[in-house]
Design a binder for this molecule. Structure first.
Ligand code: SF4
Ligand code: SF4
Length: 205
């Protein structure tokens, strides 16, 4: 058998004086601290370039999509949110999307499509508020997805740095023969890819 001796509580302990005073001190101290929360939606978020909202398609100055309907983004998309039908065109890029839909209800904003796109034709926007009156209204087509490149310049610059696009690899004995402008002729798979990417970038089609 264990005997437990009951402790007699003091007057302050019985009426929680000490606890109340400690709580009030803590509250007053925090009244004057810098706020770490935001009163959304009155105070809106100003996303940084690294922020990835829902994906959109990049339109050039002439209004045409950069997309060449290669299907890589459709293939890589984990929840199968992208559907593309390609068609031929007289433009230099030869192939364009006839239809291009992204189901924002399926999209998990993983940015794989942006990462894999060889044309910088699909990028993550800064749009983080999605509201729709039906499931169908959040399945966007080509016209709704197309966004002028000028509005996406911050993100385009960011991904160019992040994915090291259009940067020629330093010459080494192994790759010197295939990297254009670095002692090579630009032949070979790597050289062809780099030179064609550079050409497209300079042409900005
Ligand atoms: S961000 Fe991810 S889930 Fe969304 S469309 Fe692109 S690949 Fe698919
Ligand atoms: S958006 Fe990019 S990856 Fe997707 S089909 Fe067009 S060019 Fe290919």
């Amino acid at each position: 058998m264990v005997l437990v001796k009951q402790r007699t509580l003091s007057f302050g302990e019985r009426y929680y004086f000490k606890t109340i005073v400690v709580g009030l001190i803590y509250t007053f101290k925090n009244l004057f601290r810098k706020k770490v929360t935001r009163s959304y939606p009155e105070e809106r978020l100003d996303p940084s370039p690294s922020f990835g909202g829902v994906p959109v398609l990049v339109a050039n100055e002439d209004g045409h999509p950069r997309c060449v309907a290669c299907g890589l983004c459709e293939f890589v998309c984990p929840p199968r949110a992208i559907e593309i039908t390609g068609t031929e065109t007289e433009r230099a890029i030869e192939r364009v999307p006839k239809t291009f839909t992204i189901d924002y209800l399926r999209c998990i904003e993983c940015s794989y499509c942006e990462e894999v796109c060889p044309e910088e034709a699909i990028v993550m926007s800064q749009q983080y508020e999605l509201v729709g009156s039906s499931r169908g209204s959040l399945k966007l087509g080509l016209d709704e997805l197309l966004t002028p490149a000028s509005e996406l310049s911050t993100r385009l610059e960011y991904i160019r740095k992040t994915y090291h696009r259009f940067q020629v690899a330093p010459a080494t004995e192994a790759n010197a023969s295939c990297v254009p402008g670095v002692g090579g002729t630009g032949s070979g798979v790597a050289g062809t890819a780099v030179s064609s990417a550079k050409r497209r970038y300079e042409d900005n089609y």
